[in-house]
Design a protein around this ligand. Structure first.
Ligand code: ZN
Length: 438
């Protein structure tokens, strides 16, 4: 496929040596807003002071649990420089809306899309269509209020991550695991071989290491790595300065916690004792209360018959949905357990990531403020990025969104994202203010 190679080449020239996705974006792209003072960016090489933007917020959730009323956020360049109710003049009046930090999705598969035949194409496709689909996934994710996503992962994430980080295409900041370590029992390798695999991912540009320590829940969810293998993977990642996120069900939850891994994904069928141990060790939990399975069921025809998706698997998923609600309920009641927000968004779910908030609050009994924080300050902490994102405070990246409604009173307000700023650049402003309608 010659054309496929061309697209990949275009994308890959910006790959090696590109700054990590965590770096501030420098883009001169005009924003879609009507407002004139939209972009905060300097043109390259210009010594001029970065442009100043003031946002007036009716209600502001700062990302850590604090609520401020009638305040103003001052942005210079890509950063927040002050929260000051007296600042002016106001460039964006978001009175009547709920303003909060851009959300963080700790678990997405941003390159997964449906192929030309309408069927699930998974992550490994490198056609031009798949590249555009991945770019479109990134766009709709950003428009839904997610300014950072952790992809866990695919080698095709790298050119997408780097293109967005350079401001060449719009999308959330992406962190990627590149190629995950797929547990296959003894076949996975010796502890030394596993350590070498971890180092290889770091060399390939990984921001995090993803480990599969359990089978898919569609196949029963049994452990696929020994304690010794898990210890090697998570210890080596730590030595390399990388975090580890571990796909784990049942017994694998405890094993990954004991191995000192950073975060458990899914966690279905973890016992109360397992959750308690995680809380004691400070291991993050990223459970899914609904969206991922709801999306599979909604798009069943598109997944059925593609690798890993059988009728039996779908029957298992229907059973798991209630187990996941129950897990989220127990987790929310476990003292000190750090629950972060991750959707496991695959093809069909991109841009609908916020549905998981509704599932967690409605079906998992999660407090709405805790749900918001899980995708803000706590989500940032789990990524080791608290000093950059997740809170509206001076010195942090200006990742700011606004909802038409109050998610603390009506969690479905998360569906109504009307304003999106990332790194000081406004990408969406559909708030209809009286001042706009002259
Ligand atoms: Zn996943």
């Amino acid at each position: 496929m010659r054309s496929a190679k061309i697209v990949l080449c275009i994308l890959s020239v910006i790959g090696p040596g590109a700054p990590l996705a965590v770096n501030a974006q420098r883009s001169s792209r005009p924003a879609t807003a009507k407002n004139h003072r939209t972009t905060a960016q300097q043109s390259a090489g210009s010594p001029a002071k970065p442009k100043r933007i003031v946002i007036a917020a009716g209600v502001m959730l700062d990302g850590t649990g604090k609520v401020l009323r009638n305040t103003r956020i001052v942005i210079e360049g890509s950063k927040i420089v002050a929260v000051d109710p007296k600042a002016g003049p106001v460039d964006y009046d978001l009175g009547g809306l709920t303003v909060l930090p851009g959300w963080i999705d700790a678990h997405a598969h941003v390159t997964w899309s449906f192929g030309k035949d309408g069927k699930n194409a998974g992550a490994g496709v490198t056609t031009p269509e798949a590249a555009y689909a991945a770019a479109a996934n990134a766009w709709v994710t950003l428009m839904a209020g997610f300014t950072t996503v952790q992809s866990v992962g695919s080698p095709t994430d790298i050119p997408l991550r780097d293109a967005i980080a350079k401001g060449l295409i719009p999308g959330p900041r992406i962190l990627t695991a590149v190629e995950p370590l797929a547990g296959r029992g003894a076949e996975t390798g010796t502890p030394d071989e596993i350590r070498a695999f971890v180092r290889k991912q770091k060399q390939a540009g990984a921001d995090v290491i993803k480990i599969f320590a359990s089978q898919s829940i569609r196949q029963g969810g049994a452990m696929t790595l020994s304690q010794e293998q898990l210890n090697a993977a998570c210890d080596e990642a730590k030595r390399q300065g990388l975090r580890t996120v571990v796909h784990a069900y049942k017994d694998a939850v405890r094993a990954a916690t004991l191995a000192g891994c950073t975060q458990i994904e899914h966690g279905t069928m973890a016992t109360d004792d397992d959750l308690k141990l995680m809380s004691e060790k400070g291991t993050y939990l990223d459970p899914q209360a609904g969206l991922v399975i709801e999306n599979y069921l909604l798009n069943k025809e598109k997944y059925l018959g593609t690798p890993g998706y059988t009728e039996e698997g779908f029957a298992a998923m229907e059973r798991v949905l209630s187990l996941n609600h129950e897990l989220v309920r127990r987790a929310a009641k476990t003292r000190g357990l750090k629950i972060v927000f991750g959707t496991d968004a695959v093809a069909g779910a991109h841009g609908r990531n916020a549905e998981e908030f509704i599932d967690r609050v409605r079906d998992g009994g999660v407090d709405p403020m805790a749900a918001m924080n899980s995708a803000n300050s706590l989500g940032a902490e789990a990524l080791g990025m608290s000093s950059q994102i997740g809170t509206i405070a001076p010195g942090l990246e200006a990742d700011i969104i606004a909802l038409d409604g109050d998610p603390l009173k009506d969690i479905t307000a998360v569906r109504r994202v009307v304003f999106v700023m990332k790194g000081g650049v406004v990408y969406k402003n559909s708030a209809r203010r009286s001042s706009d309608i002259r």
